[in-house]
Design a protein around this ligand. Structure first.
Ligand code: NAD
Length: 522
């Protein structure tokens, strides 16, 4: 098992720094990371029916946000590649779904061991393609290992049901896989989000087509290699790289029965409408605007530390990141400590980069617009550069105080290391502010009062609530999923709730004593 407080959702110091490029060869780029040597493929390929293949269309550069360098290319595939992947998955499905669950999870046992064995290398890929610190990337890989541990426990959890409903007559429910399923993932967790879906889906007998974010495709390619090494039969897991065209092909393809999506609300709506319009089951997780309500009785150091960690960890690019702090009544002493906390954060060292030049500009614009509208910037992360990584995309930790609920920065997802502080006179007003958000991923309260905590637990309009926890991610077997415009569809995406999504119930009634004169209702 991995450690209880996985730092994937916390702030922490990286253990290692990105190293120098050793050499560029025709086989790719070799990079030395302290004691780990990693080969970055010069081009990312699709993985269809157990074979790595070029796409048929153009390619896109993969850029490391750490320093702006091109580290690989990724194919922009289309309907044909999705069609090939679906054919492979359909072909693999009868044999894979025909195995017992215990047989299927043997592959995931071996795969989990490989993730651990290659942890440094996988960490490095996340670090360079996404830009998060080494420690955050390592925590992401640790979380993927934990997600596999949940999947291998499926035979213990999914036990089906049987009851003698009449004398000699038995009804049973068996969970059967849905068929060929697809998973579409975002840039912010290149390793973990694919592991929200793949292990559970295939443990339960489905065959999968994964469409990673074209911005961070390196981790998924390595995932395919390791699954093959673990002995996964060809066709059970396929990767089709690309952007919008691949997503649309997935939503339209008649051979796909279920689609999961994780990304922005704008695209989640498109995918949910299109996939369910094509009669597929779909769960689509969208963006977030998470409110942390801070009461004056909160422990000042712990609260300041948690709020800053939540807003700045992974450079604020987590759907669970704190975006708005609602400070109730007298909380200036906590805000002062938050300002001090930010002084310990060093971009390019303890704070990773944001994903792109466009993201940096967008985040900085939100800060400037809020300032123009009358908010006060207490800590300013604009115009940051990092020595020897001048081409990288960095925004320093930012605290914007005296934000009002009508400002753009209070309503829209900024997705950077920025927190807006809205002042409220009492808890009632704070909860009203939280409830007014269109999103509903997470909310948290910081207090030492059980009554106030309970009030927020009851009334906050979000799917995941924290009490004195800044990033309240439920751990397996508890499921992950928000409310409102943070999630479309009924099931959550992980934990026990995902079992509903990845399976369909088969209900069988059996009369074991066909000669008996008992009637059906006896
Ligand atoms: P995104 O919506 O831009 O992209 C997600 C996926 O959709 C990618 O694979 C991308 O190729 C594809 N895509 C992009 N535009 C498309 C279009 N017009 N039509 C069809 N497909 C399209 O999201 P992102 O920028 O990669 O990720 C960041 C977003 O993801 C943030 O909003 C964040 O809150 C959200 N997110 C949510 C959760 C959650 O659990 N709710 C988890 C992680 C990230």
């Amino acid at each position: 098992m991995t450690g209880f407080l996985s730092p994937v959702f916390g702030f922490h110091k990286p253990k290692k720094q990105v190293g120098e490029v050793l050499q560029l060869t025709t086989k790719g780029m070799e990079i030395m990371e302290a004691d780990v040597k990693v080969k970055v493929n010069e081009k990312v390929l699709n993985y269809i029916n157990g074979t790595f293949k070029n796409g048929s269309g153009s390619v896109l550069d993969v850029i490391s946000p750490l320093d702006g360098s091109v580290i690989s290319t990724v194919p922009l595939s289309g309907y044909d590649e999705v069609d090939d992947a679906v054919k492979a998955a359909r072909e693999a499905f009868p044999e894979w779904s025909g195995k017992t669950m215990k047989e299927r999870v043997q592959v995931l046992f071996r795969y989990r061991t490989l993730l651990e064995k290659h942890s440094d290398e996988l960490t490095h890929l996340v670090h360079i393609e996404n830009g998060k610190t080494w420690g955050e990337a390592k925590a992401e890989v640790d979380k993927s290992i934990e997600l596999c541990e949940f999947a291998v426990s499926m035979p213990q959890i999914v036990t089906n049901e049987v009851q003698e409903v009449s004398r000699g007559v038995e009804c049973r429910i068996e969970r059967k896989p849905v068929g060929v399923v697809a998973s579409i993932t975002p840039f912010n967790f290149p390793n973990m989000v694919p592991h929200w879906t793949m292990p559970n889906a295939i443990a339960l007998g489905n065959c999968m087509v994964l469409k990673p974010s074209e911005i961070v495709p390196l981790s998924a390619m390595r995932m395919a290699e390791l699954l093959e090494e673990a002995g996964l039969p060809k066709g059970v897991f396929n990767v089709v790289n690309g952007g919008k065209d691949v997503v649309e092909a997935i939503c339209d393809h008649p051979g796909i029965q279920a689609v999961t999506f994780v990304g922005s609300t704008k695209v989640a709506k498109i995918v949910y409408k299109r996939a369910s319009g094509n009669l597929k089951r779909c769960v689509a997780l969208g963006g977030a605007k998470n409110h942390l309500i801070v009461l004056p009785d909160a422990n000042p150091d712990m609260t300041a530390n948690n709020v800053v960690a939540s807003m700045s960890g992974c450079a604020g690019q987590r759907c669970m990141a704190a975006a708005v702090m609602v400070g109730v009544d007298r909380v200036q002493h906590i805000i002062d400590r938050m300002v001090q906390e930010c002084k310990n954060i060093v971009p390019g060292d303890t704070l990773g980069s944001v994903i792109s030049k466009e993201a940096k500009e967008r985040i900085e614009n939100y800060i400037s617009e809020a300032e123009k509208a009358g908010a006060k910037v207490l800590v300013d992360g604009r115009n940051v550069t990092v020595k020897s990584k001048e081409g990288g995309f960095y925004v320093g930790p930012t605290i914007v105080d005296h934000v009002t609920a009508d400002m753009k920065i209070a309503k829209e997802e900024v997705f950077g290391p920025v927190i807006s502080i809205i002042r409220a006179k009492d808890l009632d007003e704070a909860i009203t502010i939280e409830n007014s958000s269109n999103y509903g991923n997470a909310a948290a309260v910081f207090t030492q009062s059980g009554n106030f905590a309970r009030e927020v637990m009851d009334r906050a309009g979000a799917g995941m609530i924290g009490v004195n926890i800044g990033v309240p991610v439920p751990r397996e077997p508890f499921p992950f999923g928000g409310w409102n415009e943070s999630k479309f569809g009924t099931c959550d995406i992980t934990g026990k709730s995902s079992i509903e999504f990845w399976t369909q119930n088969k209900k069988t009634s059996v009369k074991w004593n066909p000669e008996a004169k008992t009637n059906w209702m006896s």
